[in-house]
Write a protein that binds this ligand. Structure first.
Ligand SMILES: Nc1ncnc2c1ncn2[C@@H]1O[C@H](COP(=O)(O)OP(=O)(O)O)[C@@H](O)[C@H]1O
Ligand SMILES: [Mg+2]
Length: 362
């Protein structure tokens, strides 16, 4: 004979994958009905749109189905009331804006900046995240280029969608486990142009930081839009920056634009971790000879004059452009970049101690 007590006991062992507590403890199990050894369970989820819904149902069916005598398990889903959610600490978190900031533990925040567009800022952001991930770190990328987002395209060959958990939006993870947050994930069509004005842009960036469930990250790489725009200002003002990385190309002859970006960072009191020159040269695959396609490099000299570390030169590599377009940046290997990343990592300080938050809120 199957009893309700036995069923409830079995459900004690089923955990909510995100809250790490049993469904019984969370008060999610409502009615349990048993008819002729068939069990019908009504389950209240934190939200019906829960991405882990199928997994929870599956786990319930497996646990109860394993009881002696049970011939069938049916699960009926409902949603918790606001009060119930608050009781287990969820409603409260959702109501307050930026409240996830308290739950996220992000150790270091590095933004990638350039004077102008098209110099490879997004590429450097992507490669930096990748290099850190390959070292075994937990890594996220916040695409702060709201009007020209390009990160998801590099990491998700088949597109990606934002997940929604009880604690808030969850960034999708790339093949190697890099968490990505971008306005592109919220748009219907990837190529839909975003024409947003300043306040909306800075609002979105703040939300990407504080209203998204990043969890524990060793590094968050922020891909900034070109230049010294509102978005860059917002990032430096509202995020606990470890520092910024400047990217230039040999065409920034006098380094005017780079200097402007560097000045902005200085004014904001954000440390400049160094300068990378991208598209610096082309190495002929047949002969290994280097060609300075865009003229000789001045980056090292420029960095010296500005008093910032020079991190290295990146070649023009058709392979990286191809892989980025195909959403397969993670298949790329570059010795030049690996060396740059090593140089850079040594210089990234821990973020402001104020953002180390004990995870007592969960
Ligand atoms: N070193 C490189 N070799 C080949 N293509 C590159 C390189 N750096 C950037 N690209 C390509 O140039 C384009 C612009 O780069 P992107 O990173 O989007 O620039 P930004 O973010 O500064 O606007 C992209 O298509 C990218 O794949
Ligand atoms: Mg870009």
């Amino acid at each position: 004979m199957v009893t309700e007590t036995a069923v409830r006991q079995a459900l004690e062992g089923v955990m909510d994958p995100e809250l790490h507590k049993s469904l019984i403890e969370l008060g999610m199990v409502r009615r349990v009905r048993i008819q002729k050894n068939r069990v019908k369970i009504s389950l209240a989820l934190t939200t019906l749109g829960c991405p882990l819904r199928d997994q929870i149902v599956e786990d319930v069916k497996r646990a109860v189905g394993a009881l002696e005598g049970v011939e069938g398990v049916e699960v009926e889903l409902t949603e918790m009331s606001k009060e119930e959610k608050q009781r287990i600490g969820i409603g409260v978190l959702q109501r307050e804006k930026g409240a996830l900031e308290e739950l996220n533990q992000i150790r270091r925040v590095v933004a990638v900046m350039s004077g102008k567009g098209g110099v490879g800022k997004s590429l450097v952001s992507g490669l930096l995240a990748l290099a850190l991930r390959r070292e075994g770190y937990q890594v996220g990328i916040l695409d702060a280029d709201i009007t020209g987002p390009s990160i998801p395209k590099m990491f998700f060959p088949n597109g990606a969608r934002l997940g929604f958990g009880p604690l808030g939006p969850i960034p999708p993870q790339s093949k190697t486990g890099i968490k990505v947050m971008s306005i592109n994930l919220l748009l219907e069509q990837e190529d839909m142009a975003v024409i947003w004005r300043g306040p909306l842009v800075s609002g979105a960036i703040k939300q990407f930081w504080g209203d998204v469930f990043w969890g524990m990250l060793d590094y968050l790489v922020v891909d900034l839009p070109p230049g010294t725009s509102d978005a860059s200002l917002t990032v430096m003002q509202s995020l606990p920056m470890s520092g910024i990385v400047l990217v230039s190309s040999p065409q920034d002859l006098a380094g005017m634009v780079v200097r402007k970006a560097a000045n902005m960072a200085r004014q904001m009191g954000t440390p400049i971790l160094g300068l990378i020159e991208n598209m610096s040269y082309f190495e002929c695959p047949d002969t290994g000879k280097r060609y300075d396609i865009f003229g000789p490099s001045h980056a090292e000299e420029m960095a010296q004059r500005m008093g910032i570390p020079f991190l290295g030169r990146l070649p023009i590599d058709p392979e990286v452009a191809r892989l980025c377009d195909a959403g397969r940046i993670e298949d790329y290997r570059s010795d030049a970049f690996a060396r740059i990343a090593q140089e850079l990592v040594k210089r990234i300080p821990e973020a402001r101690p104020s953002i180390f938050v004990e995870s007592s809120a969960s």
